[in-house]
Design a protein around this ligand. Structure first.
Ligand code: IMP
Ligand code: MG
Length: 339
């Protein structure tokens, strides 16, 4: 289906299962490359493979899911060498993983500075991963890059070139985004309650150095029951009692913080996200939180009227087909809709 690049982007505030959809597509579409885009190690992508919960902060989950895929980190992503080396070792990915040689490096002092900065750590609710400080130093032209780090020797490449070359040969390349549209530094209306870069479709393409002509599809993830971690506005926010009552608690992968949750999608925000991202397909995730009855359903005929109506509404607002529906935590809890 995707003969070249597919970008996986997030409509709202992240934590929507981009990594899982990337993993699903990496397998289904036999991706040649899966590229981690987005800001840095502030993102936490997690997924149950069978009984094993895999959590990644630096690598793309899609790359792990398909042993035939090459894994890359785009030059726009900041890299924490300690986390990178730990993840490739833990999952035996040394042979098929490379970082773009231009990636800026997160130093221990960046993490320290972020924790010590009360504006970031308290008011904004930063993940304290050093991502923002490393980016700031990069902009000041003082950062080290991946090519300057001894421990990363052998793990760097010109990822932008490899990716564009693969696209030219009509191979499937997946760009796995992180964060979400309304955490974008310069496009969210909520500044300063944002992350340290934009996270929309073209920002992600830029993180990888992808030529726009190779973009074949944009899969925008829409979380059926939106959530937000850290501070900043979220329409229709539920109280913690209500979250408890509905049995839809969630915790951040990176920080372990409870996620704030909304009663429903704000249709105006979704329209705005559609305008910014230009999706060609929608993946509607966390449908089991929207209607507990569809938990673990793996066939279209098991979907309830409530969820089917939500699909219709999302399609109407976005003018884009919903092609994937997620109904639970397991890897197999994804239904592909024929469109
Ligand atoms: P920072 O990017 O770690 O400085 O965090 C800034 C804001 O973005 C905080 O509200 C974080 O909770 C939020 N944030 C950063 N990364 C993610 C993510 O991957 N998912 C959800 N929220 C995030
Ligand atoms: Mg960027």
């Amino acid at each position: 289906m995707f003969m070249s690049a597919v970008i996986i982007t997030d409509a709202l505030w992240g934590d929507s299962g981009k990594g899982k959809i990337s993993a699903y597509l990496a397998r289904a579409e036999n991706a040649s490359y899966v590229v981690r885009c987005g800001t840095g190690t502030n993102a936490g992508h997690s997924l149950y493979f069978g009984k094993n919960l895999v959590k990644l902060n630096q690598l793309p989950l899609g790359g792990l899911a398909n042993p035939k895929s090459q894994i890359r980190i785009g030059s726009g992503v900041v890299v924490d060498p300690e986390i990178f080396l730990r993840e490739i070792k833990e999952y035996h990915l040394q042979k098929r993983t490379k970082i773009d040689f231009r990636c800026a490096i997160i130093e221990p002092r960046h993490k320290q500075a972020e924790s010590n900065d009360s504006n970031l750590s308290k008011k904004i609710g930063s993940t304290k991963t050093g991502t923002g400080f490393a980016r700031a130093e990069f902009i000041m032209r003082r950062a080290r890059q991946a090519k300057d780090v001894k421990e990363l020797k052998g793990f760097t490449s010109d990822a932008a070139k490899e990716i564009n070359d693969a696209c030219l040969k009509k191979k499937t390349v997946i760009l796995e985004g992180s964060q979400g549209t309304f955490l974008s530094l310069a496009l969210s209306p909520d500044y300063p309650f944002t992350t340290s870069d934009n996270c929309t479709t073209l920002a992600l393409a830029d993180d990888a150095g992808l030529n726009w002509k190779y973009i074949k599809d944009v899969v925008m993830i829409v979380k059926a029951v939106p959530s937000r971690v850290g501070e900043g506005p979220m329409p229709f926010e539920l109280s913690s009692e209500e979250i408890e009552k509905r049995d839809i608690r969630e915790y951040g992968v990176t920080t372990g913080r409870p996620r704030r949750k909304a009663a429903r999608i704000d249709w105006n925000l979704l329209k705005y996200a559609t305008m910014l991202n230009g999706p060609t397909q929608i993946a509607l995730t966390f449908c089991d939180h929207f209607d507990l009855e569809v938990k673990g359903v793996r066939e279209v005929k098991g979907l309830t009227a409530k969820v089917k109506n939500l699909i219709k509404k999302v399609e109407k607002v976005t003018q884009t087909p919903v092609t994937l529906v997620e109904t639970g935590k397991d890897f197999e809890d994804i239904i592909a809709l024929k469109r």
